[in-house]
Design a protein around this ligand. Structure first.
Ligand code: ADP
Ligand code: MG
Length: 358
């Protein structure tokens, strides 16, 4: 029944930030280079994500939000090497079950400049399908009344709306930095909010640059790059035996880890105490590897007491060396041999080491 669907959905989409994350990931998966996120009343009223990606073909309308329908996996083996963000086909299905309404406006290259508006039912089936509307290639998904079907969670959301919105913005900042982890593919991301009865204001905006410095400047201003140095590490990690064998079998060779990004200078210190401006990626996928984060902070604090560096760190690993299929929200990424990795990281970040960020 629908209540079971609501409960399982509530485990995939746990809060405002995961809802937005899933929508933005879908846009990135669809190859969008322009993504606009519009919040109404901090997301309480609606969240709308507009992209210029591939759009959805008419033959796929029926299955858009059916549970476990995904267009992204073609074989079971894909699970270990998947490079798209989505692969479970649970996000849209969950959002349908957890909101007042979900509408999809979409056009493929063939249909552009005309698109179709599809209104989904809570079960994920099509409730109504309108005629044609003007729409360039891409997809718009609008979710209204998030969590209304779960009364307790909706209350919670209403009570903490501004804080939840802040968390969503922070996560969107991480997604704004994703293009910097890929070569030659810039994405323009714009995020706005319109408070109830107020004016719409832009909260965050990037210019589509693939340069990490340009994106950081666009997000937080030029001052945020003062006393920040490049993070560019490279080391070999001993993986446990099974993983090592798997890597060898798959022909991926050594488990060389590269870490690229930015970090506050160890020598000068940064004066920051909060850890809110620390962004981690594994192969370009935003994530929260809490033990890796802790290792960075520990090393940093051994030189700059009580300070927390600004960090943008993309870990480049063979895809078989991490397991992205752990938590339903896909934020927890399990790294094989994490202890060895952390050990290597501590050694390499230590100022006596030649690769120390100065
Ligand atoms: P998943 O991303 O795991 O495949 P989702 O529930 O997030 O599952 O999305 C279901 C399907 O809907 C996707 O596989 C994709 O085919 C389609 N889809 C969703 N959002 C978009 C979008 N913005 N552009 C193009 N296709 C989309
Ligand atoms: Mg998805």
């Amino acid at each position: 029944g629908s209540s079971v669907h609501q409960i399982t959905s509530g485990q995939v989409v746990i809060d405002l930030q995961t809802a937005v994350k899933e929508l933005v990931e879908n846009s990135l998966d669809a190859g969008a280079t322009n993504i606009e996120v519009r919040f109404k009343d901090y997301g309480l009223k609606s969240i709308e994500v507009v992209d210029n990606g591939t759009g959805i073909a008419p033959e796929d309308y029926d299955s858009i939000a059916l549970k476990h329908h995904t267009s992204k996996l073609t074989s079971f083996e894909d699970l270990t090497t998947v490079t798209t963000f989505g692969f479970r086909g649970e996000a849209l299905s969950s959002l349908c079950a957890l909101s007042d309404s979900l509408t999809v406006t979409t056009a493929t290259a063939q249909q552009s400049p005309m698109g179709t508006v599809i209104e989904m039912a809570p079960s994920g089936t099509i409730k109504s399908r309108s005629g044609k509307v003007a729409r360039q290639r891409g997809t718009t998904i609008c979710v209204s009344g998030l969590f209304t079907p779960l009364a307790v969670r909706r209350k919670e959301f209403e009570r903490n709306a501004k804080r939840e919105f802040g968390k969503a913005l922070n996560l969107l900042s991480a997604y704004a930095l994703v293009p910097c982890t890929h070569e030659n593919k810039g994405v323009r991301l714009q995020v706005s909010n319109q408070p109830n009865g107020g004016r719409k204001t832009v909260q965050l905006k990037t210019d589509g640059s693939t340069s990490i410095n340009a994106s950081v400047t666009a997000l937080w201003g030029p001052k945020s790059l003062e006393n920040v140095v490049d993070l560019d590490l490279q080391f070999l990690v001993d993986m446990d035996r099974t993983v090592a064998r798997r890597l060898k079998d798959s022909g991926e060779g050594d488990t060389e880890v590269k870490v690229k990004g930015l970090i506050s200078s160890f020598a000068v210190g940064c004066g920051r105490t909060g850890t809110d401006r620390q962004f981690f990626f594994i192969n370009g996928r935003p994530c929260s590897p809490s033990r890796v984060q802790k290792a960075f902070n520990e090393v940093y604090r051994s030189f700059n007491t009580n300070q927390s560096p600004f960090i943008v760190a993309n870990f480049i690993l063979p895809t078989n060396a991490c397991d992205i299929n752990v938590s339903p929200d896909k934020r927890t990424i399990f790294l094989h041999s994490e202890n060895n990795l952390i050990q290597a990281l501590k050694v390499i970040c230590h100022p006596s080491h030649s690769q120390l960020p100065s």
